[in-house]
Design a protein around this ligand. Structure first.
Ligand code: NAD
Ligand code: MG
Length: 383
């Protein structure tokens, strides 16, 4: 029985994780769940999964939840960052599944690593903002970081069994998002509702906007660099609109291995929880006869400058990726509130990067300080 704690159980990845648990009650037990403020859904999850702990980040929502939990249910209700840290490092858990959105997941994830917990990582912002630090700690505490992001799960599966990896390059596939094939002129005035319509995946709002700007792929390039310890020059992005090949690895003898399947996040979630085993499920099987064509194209870096900015930050190193992530989190939020336009996102990220004095090998405190600075700088610039 694998005992799981979930950061962000009410979101897209969180609820799909609970679906995997629901179908396999003999294999998985949810010990703790958490969310920012979605009290209604947390209450339903408490009644169904009977976790021993729930953590709610928002204080008013914590109070609200406490008042509504039926008296016959025995559960410890925690609050704030302390609550997230506590449920990430419980003695009784085997794995922390990080389905929280944003770099707010960094501190609880480090807490889990330092307590020897395996990490099933969906929360890519944590590796973007502090990849070197997180991977260093994982090595020190001998902890597995198992990817949940579909591309990284694909690469992880392609590498299975290869002892001395012999990687020539990693080929990350991208769907191209809802605006693939459009020009900059056509996208100048797009609205958030157009940006939120992803062709192949249904996801949370932040990652949906990131997919429309191709920042999601940029964040994934950075995530891949840290997870698989490769040089940025050895990571290629190729647009594959069908989203059937989830990513590939080319080895030094020119052989390429790809991982494929119907787009369903429950597969990489399940694999991160059962690795190194595989487990029978009832997910849709791919019917090749339905796909007469697999197509591939180069990403359009002029129309989607965010992807180029992410490569630039990796190349420059230091704390540039921390700034890229922080500025992007603020700007995506502003775009979702109709306060800025689509191209203001790359514009203000670039402006913030230019104003930044990077730190080589930052400590956690320095990363948190750079993150704070970047958020403030962006907010001031917009005004
Ligand atoms: P979402 O917006 O649907 O859910 C986010 C979850 O985080 C919610 O449960 C929310 O309550 C919780 N949360 C947010 N702020 C919090 C806080 N301060 N304290 C505690 N909980 C907080 O997002 P999502 O689409 O599920 O994405 C989650 C993460 O997984 C992101 O990092 C995303 O990039 C990554 N990811 C998502 C998908 C996908 O298909 N949705 C695929 C790959 C990777
Ligand atoms: Mg992905």
């Amino acid at each position: 029985m694998k005992k799981i704690s979930i950061l962000g159980s009410t979101g897209s990845i969180g609820t799909q994780t609970l679906d995997v648990v629901r179908k396999n009650p003999d294999k998985f037990k949810v010990v703790a769940i958490s969310a920012n403020s979605s009290v209604d859904l947390l209450l339903e999850q408490i009644i169904e999964f009977k976790p021993k702990y729930v953590a709610v980040y928002d204080e008013a929502s914590t109070k609200n939840l406490k008042e509504r939990i039926p008296s016959h249910i025995n559960i410890e209700v925690l609050s704030g960052m302390e609550g997230l840290k506590t449920i990430s490092s419980l003695d009784e858990i085997d794995v922390l599944l990080t389905a929280i959105v944003g770099m707010i997941g960094l501190v609880p994830t480090l807490c889990a690593i330092r307590n020897g917990k395996a990490i099933a990582l969906a929360n890519k912002e944590t590796l973007v903002t502090a990849g070197k630090l997180v991977m260093g700690e994982a090595k020190k505490y001998n902890v597995d970081i198992l990817p949940v992001d579909s591309e990284h799960s694909a690469i992880f599966q392609c590498l299975n069994g290869e002892k001395n990896k012999n990687i020539d390059k990693i080929i990350l596939t991208a769907s191209g998002g809802p605006f693939r094939g459009k020009s900059k002129e056509e996208l100048l005035n797009v609205t958030k509702n157009e940006a939120l319509k992803h062709p192949n995946w249904s996801m949370g709002r932040k990652i949906s906007i990131d997919s429309s700007t191709l920042m999601n792929k940029g964040l994934e390039v950075i995530e891949a660099k840290w997870l698989f310890d490769v040089d940025y020059k050895d990571i290629d992005v190729v647009v594959h609109p069908q989203s059937i090949i989830h990513s590939m690895v080319q080895f030094n003898d020119s052989s390429i291995i790809a991982q494929m399947g119907c787009p369903d996040m429950r597969l990489p979630i399940q694999y991160a929880l059962t690795y190194p085993d595989r487990m029978l499920n009832d997910f849709e099987r791919l019917d090749f006869a339905k796909f007469s064509k697999f197509t591939f194209e180069k990403p359009d870096l002029e129309t989607f400058p965010c992807l180029k900015l992410a490569f630039d930050c990796l190349k420059m190193g230091g704390t540039y990726c921390t700034v890229l992530n922080a500025a992007n989190e603020v700007l995506v939020n502003e775009f979702l509130e109709d306060k800025i336009g689509f191209y203001d996102i790359p514009y203000y990220i670039e402006k913030t990067l230019q104003a930044h004095n990077s730190i080589e090998d930052p400590t956690l405190e320095e990363i948190l300080e750079v993150d704070r600075w970047a958020r403030e700088y962006v907010k001031k610039s917009i005004k």
